[in-house]
Design a protein around this ligand. Structure first.
Ligand code: SF4
Length: 292
């Protein structure tokens, strides 16, 4: 007897694999980037110099109190798992002091962020030709990400971002039910509590300090949207598109905020409110490696 046909396997969302494991890294994000004293960082630090709070075993000595100690910028940085991967590949004694690692790290971080968006895309219900394009770019990005530090440093990340931005735009258009296009809109401080945003594109929009309490963000494209200090208390983002940990960490939320399954609730969401001051940029703070 012919066995019944198996139901089509549900697409696997691989985003959970693209997360930092600081225990397997060497404090790259606490040494390589520069940061300036601001609302995000309590001190100035030049590129390539270890933060004063980095311990000898490459851990943050104030990890549990970063916001209270004036380092909220550290809580919104995410390497998407690029740091530990690069440390393993480079196999040098002091990775954070290695010029090759320094050149490769920002590139690999961008590739991993792109893989995040592509993994989400692959889990969406797309028409077959678009699914094939997502798979092809995923494969190409994976091969680039598997390079050694010299190969990574030579990757034309800007060109790849631009190409990915086009593809992710097609993915977005395929799964959104025709909401408004508010791409790159200036919505700083806007009261959006009673605005029907479902299905909209807010790609690259400036939502700093916007009031989104209780908003339904189902099928809203948030790729690269600036959510710093946006009020997401009670909002439903469980079906939002292209949302990342840095965006969520930079926003304000509570126990009633609903997030996509791939994202955890930031620890500070139950703590004191964040301010709506404009923090300075640090690579990765806004999210959106893909060209918008
Ligand atoms: S404060 Fe902690 S997380 Fe931030 S750069 Fe310094 S050591 Fe790293």
């Amino acid at each position: 007897m012919t066995p019944p046909a198996s139901p089509a396997a549900a697409p696997v969302d691989r985003r959970r694999e693209l997360r930092a494991d600081c225990s397997a890294c060497a404090g790259l994000c606490c040494v390589l980037p520069a940061f300036a004293a601001s609302a995000d960082f309590a001190i100035d630090k030049p590129a390539g110099r270890a933060c004063v709070h980095l311990t000898t075993d490459a851990r943050c000595g104030i990890h549990a109190d970063l916001r209270q100690r004036g380092f909220p910028g550290c809580t919104v940085f995410d390497c998407f798992g690029a740091g530990q991967r690069l440390v393993q590949v480079a196999a040098v004694e002091r990775p954070a002091a290695d010029p090759g690692v320094a050149a490769a790290f920002p590139v690999l971080r961008q590739l991993h962020e792109l893989l995040w968006y592509l993994a989400e895309s692959a889990a969406l219900p797309l028409p077959a030709p678009l699914r094939a394009d997502v798979a092809a770019l995923t494969g190409r990005t994976e091969r680039l990400a598997a390079g050694d530090p010299a190969e990574l440093a030579a990757v034309d990340a800007a060109a790849l971002r631009a190409e990915a931005g086009q593809l992710l735009g097609r993915v977005s258009a395929a799964v959104r039910p025709g909401g408004r296009d508010r791409r790159d809109a200036d919505l700083i401080g806007a009261d959006l509590r009673r605005t029907d945003l479902r299905g909209s594109s807010l790609r690259g929009a400036y939502l700093i300090g916007a009031d989104l309490r209780g908003a339904d963000l189902t099928a809203v494209d948030l790729l690269g949207a600036d959510l710093r200090a946006a009020d997401l208390r009670g909002a439903d983002l469980s079906g939002a598109l292209f949302l990342t940990r840095p965006q969520v960490a930079a926003a304000r939320g509570d126990g009633a905020t609903r997030l996509p399954a791939a994202l955890d609730r930031p620890a500070h969401w139950t703590a004191a409110p964040v301010t709506a001051r404009r923090p300075r940029r640090r690579p990765g703070g806004r999210g959106g490696a893909a060209g918008r």
